[in-house]
Design a protein around this ligand. Structure first.
Ligand SMILES: C[S@@+](CC[C@H](N)C(=O)[O-])C[C@H]1O[C@@H](n2cnc3c(N)ncnc32)[C@H](O)[C@@H]1O
Length: 382
């Protein structure tokens, strides 16, 4: 709404659609920016004193006790209920225009994907089963989830992801121009001046908003992007074609991709790991190591919610997303020691580290883990 890259598979919106979206955005900003900080005051004024009375022998309280304390407070319940409502309203406001414009959007996607002038590609292998977690959970309440695919023309999972994602990120205080892909690319070009990757892989690409910048910024590279949903990928591919970007999309699991060993000079992901299980995250790190060519670089960017740097209250308060936003893996990711896991996946100690990526147009930073393979790679450690 406020800012979107214009392309052929965006929904046409009326003034009423935009007015509804602006209302939801304002509500979300109020809930996140002005009301949510009150949870800390609630904890200090009511939850902690009650816990200290109950647990006389201990001065502190752990995350699980704090969660129970917060969940019992009417003020926290009211904030959580309103936040849940605002998320449901957000999806309603973007779903309506998409459903109204669905036939035209699907026809545009068919045209873009069937054209003789195609720049990139789309590979949807018959019989691919999306992981159960992605079929069963509707992460951040996206209607019918990321994996949903109605038929061979469907692009709605991708269309919803892009439309909802734009509003969602702005409701969280990010600027309309924020791009995780450009933030990562800016760091990569600073870290490795003159780096010219031959092949780049973007894992968990969703609608391809993070993949397209790699094709634009590394025009000589072959850019591949993977995800698990056919409708998601069909949309991503049509969107990239409409933007003039050459990206090859594949329906693949990031934990077992099927690309040959050492195929990529650059492997990236954006906001993937807080949405997958511990098993998938660790399989993906092993896959990253296997797929990188000697001298290759991996950059896995995600939300900066690492629990190691947070108080028990901050950890407990963020559990909102697990309970009410269908983010089952949020806490697993926040608890993980990503650098240790990358080393266990094969990277040499010292070759993997955490960095902060400044946002392009918003407050704060993204978390990223980077890992590099030496130019002459030793064999994978068993
Ligand atoms: C938050 S979205 C990623 C956003 C996207 N990278 C971007 O920058 O716009 C997470 C994506 O990971 C995908 N995903 C989840 N599990 C996956 C798996 N095992 N393999 C590949 N993709 C997966 C989901 O379908 C979803 O599209």
């Amino acid at each position: 709404m406020v800012h979107e890259l214009k392309h052929a598979v965006l929904a046409r919106q009326t003034a009423d659609d935009l007015a509804r979206q602006r209302f939801v955005l304002a509500l979300k900003r109020e809930l996140t920016g002005r009301i949510r900080p009150g949870n800390q005051l609630l904890f200090e004024a009511r939850v902690r004193p009650a816990m200290q009375r109950r647990l006389r022998s201990r001065s502190g309280a752990d995350r699980e006790e704090i969660k129970r304390g917060l969940l019992a407070e009417p003020a926290y319940q009211a904030w959580a209920a309103l936040t849940r409502c605002s998320q449901e309203m957000m999806w309603a406001t973007v779903t309506e225009p998409l459903m109204r414009d669905r036939e035209r959007i699907e026809a545009e996607a068919r045209r873009l994907l069937g054209g003789a002038q195609r720049l990139g590609g789309l590979d949807l292998p018959a019989g691919f089963e999306p992981p159960a977690a992605m079929r069963e959970h509707h992460v951040h309440l996206q209607p019918q989830g990321y994996a949903h695919t109605r038929d061979a023309d469907d692009v709605m999972a991708g269309a919803l992801y892009e439309a909802g994602g734009n509003l969602y990120s702005m409701g969280q205080g990010m600027g309309g121009d924020d791009s995780k892909g450009f933030a990562a690319i800016r760091w990569i070009k600073w870290h490795r001046p003159g780096f010219a990757p031959r092949r780049i892989l973007d894992m968990g690409c969703s609608a391809g908003a993070g993949s397209v910048p790699y094709a634009q910024e590394f025009p000589d590279a072959e850019v591949h992007a993977i995800d698990i949903g056919a409708a998601m990928l069909r949309y991503a591919s049509a969107r990239a074609e409409s933007l003039g970007a050459r990206v090859f999309f594949h329906q693949m699991d990031c934990g077992a991709t099927g690309f040959p060993d050492g195929y990529f000079d650059l492997v990236v992901s954006h906001n993937l790991f807080h949405e997958v299980s511990n098993e998938t995250r660790n399989a993906t790190f092993r896959e990253t190591f296997r797929l990188l060519a000697p001298g290759g670089l991996a950059l896995h960017q995600d939300v900066a919610i690492q629990n190691a740097a947070r108080t028990p209250f901050e950890q407990a308060e963020r559990a909102y997303d697990v309970y009410y936003n269908d983010e089952p893996f949020w806490e697993n990711y926040a608890d993980a020691d990503i650098v240790r896991e990358l080393v266990a996946a094969g990277f040499a100690p010292g070759a993997a580290r955490e960095i902060q990526l400044g946002k392009i147009n918003g407050p704060g930073h993204w978390f990223a883990a980077v890992a590099e393979k030496p130019a002459a790679a030793p064999a994978a450690r068993s």
